[in-house]
Design a protein around this ligand. Structure first.
Ligand code: DAT
Ligand code: MG
Length: 153
């Protein structure tokens, strides 16, 4: 049961929001069978985004990345399920959309690495860090999905 409660942080970036792709992205995670735990639509502050991407602070694209991510609202979400971190990354595709296969979100909806429309945690550790950075504990919603017994053996 514990494995099924793994959680990941997914965010639709400002370009995904502006391009009207929020519903499509929510749909993919929902239809896959993952459970929504939290969601909020917000204009993230530069401080929050700097912290979110702190591991990349020495990369040349870091200032541009923070500027792009703060250029408009983002849709921040927490999704839960068996291996959701790894499977979520597979659903996203590669960091560079040019390397992403058709059928993945980045493979289907974007072209350049600096406008790759979606974020997903890359490990369980970073997922936990990102979830606590973006959400208060009381914003995470616990409920038993009635579909659970039809999704898991
Ligand atoms: P990911 O978002 O796939 O986890 P990452 O954590 O390495 O990739 O980088 C975070 C974001 O930074 C990525 O989604 C887009 C941007 N980025 C990464 N590499 C880049 C590059 N070489 N040039 C411009 N932007 C880059
Ligand atoms: Mg990353």
């Amino acid at each position: 049961m514990a494995a099924k409660t793994e959680r990941t942080f997914i965010a639709v970036k400002p370009d995904g929001v502006q391009r009207g792709l929020m519903g499509e992205i929510i749909k993919r995670f929902e239809q896959k069978g993952f459970r929504l735990v939290a969601m909020k639509f917000l204009q993230a502050s530069e401080d929050l985004l700097k912290q979110h991407y702190i591991d990349l602070k020495d990369r040349p694209f870091y200032p541009g990345l923070v500027k792009y991510m703060s250029s408009g609202p983002v849709l921040a979400m927490v999704w839960e399920g068996l291996n959701v971190v790894k499977t979520g990354r597979v659903m996203l595709g590669e960091t560079n959309p040019a390397d992403s296969k058709p059928g993945t979100i980045r493979g289907d909806f974007c072209i350049e690495v600096g406008r790759n429309i979606i974020h997903g945690s890359d490990s369980v550790d970073s997922a936990n860090k990102e979830i606590s950075l973006w959400f208060k504990p009381e914003e995470l919603v616990c409920f038993k999905s009635c579909a659970l017994d039809w999704i898991y053996e």
